[in-house]
Write a protein that binds this ligand. Structure first.
Ligand code: FAD
Length: 451
């Protein structure tokens, strides 16, 4: 039996920083990881995909060079091996950086292997037993494969396995029109594939307001991506060296199929029942406002607790636990304002409630929208697609939420994230004086338009 002050299962976005903070305090820490340090974000999520998005954008901008008076002689082509290698290198740099940092931090022992509870304070890994009074679960999530007819008979890709391909799919069919699927759709279209997005719901990115979903669809269709919403009875069959995807009497012959229909928590192989840790119906670990589970001495952080599905929410879980356990502060997950981005180009930056959510919450809703065509920066760069939208409460003057679908929307949204975090009323923010020419400069005008 090896004794530690703390055991971490999974080296995702929360564990490394919390483990390092504890080690700094002189505690002994075991960090158990079954695959790669850095988890999904570094190895199969944000970092490789945003690197691929950057390559896809370079191809797109090159093809449009003529519109800017720049002449490129010769054909613009994409070297998929080089594209993949670039993404792989960025991942490896981050993974190796983590390995060097954690591997040289006194007090941290890294153990590679699959961990499972043997008792509420005991973990079995590689035939050994570890024990600690504090155990932190940061096990993340993995892609869900829906039980659709014929799917087991065909070769399909997930958001993880598609990162290994270094050839160009002739026709990529993407099952699922949400964030991950849409990012891959535009990226592969820009690499040169024919792309079809197949979504069961009535619209893509269905968590967003309808106007956002529609504008996103316009952006994708303008690049000749085929978007099929309301797709019922989706089925798969082998066809030559590819796959026939059928829906509602329509057949698509795809060379490759990407299944992007959601993710589920890695909590089913952890022995949580042995420890008595409660999960909800979908396997997410139930936690309180400080991320403690129902079992004293066990916490759950990151995607596996169902309170966030992003790198920044997992990292913020670390900050919450560290503040409460180590810094004698009182921090709660319920204080977090939801914010995220969808990395299409232009991206969608989002914070807080949608208009629909605000109305459903019984707020006295004010809304303002402005097209990106009104933004000088967007016109100068000839990227005027999209719009910005803000939702506020007429009674309290709170900003309830915002969406910026447009060039640099993922950055510009931070002006509103910060204002909301600081509790700034829209009546104050609408008189700030932004810098010209930026995307953010339209925000005060947007707020003055609230009706
Ligand atoms: C394609 C894609 C793109 C994404 N893009 C973005 C983005 O742009 N921005 C963003 O914020 N988020 C993005 N995300 C989501 C983001 O990657 C995750 O929210 C984030 O990585 C969650 O981190 P985590 O700390 O919960 O766990 P993870 O990073 O998933 O890490 C969990 C770790 O636990 C390990 N593990 C699991 N079970 C065990 C066990 N029993 N024993 C030992 N080890 C175990 C796993 O191997 C893994 O390394 C993306 C995700 C995907 C799939």
């Amino acid at each position: 039996m090896q004794r530690f002050d703390a055991i971490f299962i999974g080296a995702g976005q929360a564990s490394p920083s919390l483990a390092a903070r504890m080690a700094e305090r002189g505690m002994t820490v075991a960090l158990v990881e079954r695959k790669f340090l850095g988890g999904t974000c570094v190895n199969a999520g944000c970092m490789p995909t945003k690197t691929l998005v950057a390559s896809a954008r370079a191809a797109h901008v090159s093809r449009r060079a003529g519109a800017f008076g720049v002449t490129i002689t010769g054909e613009i082509s994409v070297d998929m091996q080089a594209v993949r290698q670039r993404a792989h290198q960025i991942t490896m740099d981050a993974r190796n950086g983590l390995s060097e940092w954690l591997g040289t931090t006194d007090g941290i022992v890294i153990i590679y292997g699959h961990a499972r509870f043997a008792a509420p304070d005991r973990i079995a890994v590689n035939g050994d037993t570890l024990t600690a009074p504090r155990i932190f679960l940061n096990v993340g999530a993995r892609p869900v494969i829906p039980d659709l007819p014929g799917i087991a008979d065909v070769d399909y890709l997930t958001s993880t396995s598609i990162l290994d391909i270094d050839t160009l799919p002739r026709h990529l069919a993407i099952i699922g029109g949400s964030y991950i699927g849409l990012e891959f759709a535009q990226m592969y279209r820009r690499f040169g594939s024919q792309v079809t997005v197949i979504e069961r719901g009535a619209r893509i990115a269905s968590r967003e307001d309808e106007d956002v979903s529609e504008a996103l669809r316009d952006i994708l269709e303008a690049e000749d991506i085929s978007v099929r919403t309301g797709a019922e009875r989706v089925a798969f069959a082998r066809h030559g060296d590819g796959t026939r995807v059928s829906m509602d009497g329509i057949d698509i012959e795809a060379s490759h199929v990407l299944v992007a229909t959601g993710r589920k928590p890695n909590t089913d192989e952890l022995g949580l029942d042995t420890a008595g840790v409660n999960v909800d119906g979908r396997g997410y670990i139930l936690v309180d406002d400080k991320l403690a589970t129902n079992v004293p001495g066990i916490w759950a952080l990151g995607d596996c607790n169902g309170r966030g599905a992003f790198t920044h929410t997992s990292y913020n879980d670390f900050e919450i636990v560290a503040a409460n356990l180590l810094d004698d502060e009182d921090r709660k997950v319920s204080s977090r304002i939801p914010a995220y981005a969808l990395y299409t180009d232009p991206p969608l930056g989002r914070v807080g409630m949608t208009e629909r959510e605000a109305a459903a919450a019984g707020r006295n809703v004010l809304v303002s929208t402005r097209p990106m065509a009104r933004v000088g920066r967007a016109r100068e760069r000839d990227e005027t697609r999209g719009f910005m939208k803000v939702v506020a409460d007429a009674d309290t003057r709170e900003i309830l939420g915002a969406a910026i679908l447009g060039i640099e929307g993922d950055e510009a949204i931070h002006g509103i994230i910060d204002a909301m975090s600081a509790g700034t009323r829209y009546t104050d923010l609408q008189w700030s004086v932004p810098i010209h020419p930026t995307v953010s400069e339209l925000i005060p005008t947007l707020l003055r338009g609230l009706r």
